[in-house]
Design a protein around this ligand. Structure first.
Ligand code: SIN
Length: 302
């Protein structure tokens, strides 16, 4: 028996086989359009894993353009040769592993040079939501990237699934424009999330060099709407600090701490722009500047 893998089976078959080779199926596109509640997510926070979508169905589902290769209705993967005596046990184990909306199909697989290699069994998630309740269909690539960057399930972090798949294809010298673009976005968002966590941890550990007193409108914008601190809501500055210092932000009427953060301006500059609209900052200071005195990403609520 031959088994074709185009997702996690490429790097973790998990069953006995005698040999494997790179091959492809025709007339499909690989997409992270399958919800995963049992491997890379949970029922509450489903992750995303790949399925292959017939090109004819794809055109109906997603007429818009996305990252694509010239040869983009073939999907490369790995074919495994399984001994006849192992086949029943292998399929039994794969049926359990792929129970999250996939069904078995027999498809022709080809090797480099467009040579027909064999008929192989693969697991595919139907595009019919009545057959496959885990099918998502077209999803904005940034939305998929956000879910993958944060998700995790019994088989591990969702991003590892994507990274392993992308790495495997690279090691086979194969290209997949959609997949590599998704990987780039997830890696980027993960780095920026890690950096933000890092910055916020530092802010909470640092002693403040000064205080900024703000009005109730600014307090509300920061605490309830998660906004940065604009100069228009500032009433008073205390202390002598430089741009990049950590300061405490206090509400004028309640005298309570609202937040703590890294300032984009020195104390003397804030004196000049307090109470003013952000668009006036370049004119007052004579230079281009951020519109927030403390950006949302550099602020922690206290
Ligand atoms: C799968 O086989 O569909 C997923 C396995 C994994 O997430 O590692």
């Amino acid at each position: 028996m031959f088994v074709f893998g185009y997702g996690s089976l490429i790097w973790r078959p998990g069953f006995p086989y005698t040999r494997k080779f790179n091959a492809y199926v025709r007339g499909f596109k690989r997409r992270f359009w399958q919800r995963s509640c049992d491997h890379r997510g949970t029922v509450e926070n489903p992750g995303r894993v790949v399925t292959i979508v017939p090109t004819s169905e794809f055109e109906t589902l997603q007429p818009s353009r996305e990252p694509h290769d010239e040869d983009d209705d073939i999907v490369w993967g790995t074919v495994y040769c399984v001994k006849h005596e192992d086949s029943v046990a292998v399929l039994k184990c794969l049926d359990i592993r792929e129970k999250g909306g996939y069904h078995r199909e027999e498809v022709p697989v080809y090797v480099q040079g467009d040579l027909f290699a064999c008929m192989a069994t693969l697991y595919v998630g139907s595009v019919s939501r009545t057959v496959n309740t885990e099918f998502i269909g077209p999803e904005d690539l940034d939305a998929t990237a956000r879910i993958i960057a944060c998700g995790s399930g019994p088989s591990g972090p969702n991003r590892d699934y994507l990274y392993n798949l992308a790495e495997s294809l690279r090691s086979m010298s194969l290209h997949d424009a959609y997949l590599f673009e998704l990987e780039r976005r997830v890696r980027e968002s993960t780095v920026s999330t890690d950096t933000q966590v890092c910055i916020k941890t530092k802010i909470s550990d640092m002693e403040p060099n000064g205080t900024i007193v703000i009005d109730s409108g600014a307090t509300q914008a920061i605490s309830q709407k998660s906004k940065g601190l604009l100069p228009v809501g500032i009433r008073k500055v205390e202390g002598d600090f430089e741009e990049g210092s950590v300061v405490l932000v206090i509400d004028q009427s309640t005298n309570k701490k609202v937040s703590k953060g890294l300032v984009n301006f020195s104390a003397s500059e804030i004196e000049m722009i307090l109470g003013k609209h952000s668009k006036m900052i370049p004119e007052i200071l004579g230079r281009e500047a951020q519109e927030c005195v403390i950006s949302k990403s550099a602020m922690i609520l206290t």
